[in-house]
Design a protein around this ligand. Sequence first.
Ligand code: ATR
Length: 273
Amino acid sequence: MKFAVIGHPVAHSLSPAMHAANFRALGLGHTYVKIDVAPEELPSTVGRFVAEGYRGFNCTIPHKEAVMPLLTRLDDSARLCGAVNTVRIEPNGTMTGFNTDAAGFRASLEGRVTWKGASVLLMGAGGAAKAVAVACLLAGARVTLANRTRAKAETLAAFLQTQLDASVPVVDFAAAHPADCDLVVNATSIGLKPTDAALFPAAAFRSGQVVCDIVPVAHETATLAAARAAGALPVGGLGMLVHQGAEAFRIWTALVPDVAAMFAAITPTHFNV
Ligand code: ATR
């Protein structure tokens, strides 16, 4: 079977290595390639996938919303998140859009967070933050949003109200109080670069809480180092990346993925996952 990830840019994607490792571990001859697709090439690329017998693909920035009208139908996961990161193509060309980011986020915190009634401070209001917010709310947590551009947090809160009938308070970025929450999630792009500063100093965190930085990098971000120094449990973003990919594989093949092989392919040290 043939699979791909499309994005623009996509050169940095760890997904091909991760999926190839899983295919190898399971003895499957499937392929998974990365293809840089400019926004104007999206419809023709999706059409080509069907013609060339691809059985599915992942989409990343900037295609997660633009791909939706090109598909035959949307799974509830995609409808709830308002974005698609996984498409399954049937042999007859039917395409179904899914979102596995929310499930991936939840799986990456399995056994670390007691969701029911947990208080979550979510920093950020982009596409990644939206999937995290949906995941937390569906799990029964209470979410507070803070974003540099407050208006975008207000827009996300309104989306969550409409989609999930959830009341999500918004606070100013500078007024956020991580120590008040059971779980703090960094869903901004701060931390992507190894030189990025911490979102909060160690004094803003406390022991007993979980701090999750969903940027999918193999280095310990400054935010996670600060959390660790305060005695909080730091969780990096590679787990969410692996688990969203594992869920996509289940959707495509109905097989059980080798999650350990996927982790090993992208992080030799299992750092903070
Ligand atoms: P993604 O799909 O990964 O969420 P995105 O939609 O571009 O990417 O969102 C990036 C997020 O990081 C936004 O919440 C953005 O804040 P703004 O809405 O104010 O742009 C946040 N972000 C990026 N750089 C930031 C910075 N230097 N300080 C604070 N927040 C930042």
